[in-house]
Write a protein of this length. Structure first.
Length: 59
């Protein structure tokens, strides 16, 4: 099966911290990463989560 973006999802993570010098939020060193082991099932789960989020946010 060929990989298709419409059938795959992955989660990216990053941690931010407050920098008092620049007075902004900046990514913490070495905190960004992509999830491992993603597959098409995750895409379905993400769609369910997103639909629930939008329903909660806009009703």
């Amino acid at each position: 099966m060929r990989w298709r973006a419409s059938l795959a999802a992955t989660w990216l993570t990053v941690v931010f911290q407050y920098d008092p010098v620049s007075r902004t939020m900046v990514p913490a060193p070495d905190s960004s990463a992509a999830s491992v082991g993603w597959d098409s099932e995750h895409f379905g789960e993400m769609e369910v989560w997103f639909d629930a989020l939008m329903a909660d946010s806009f009703t």
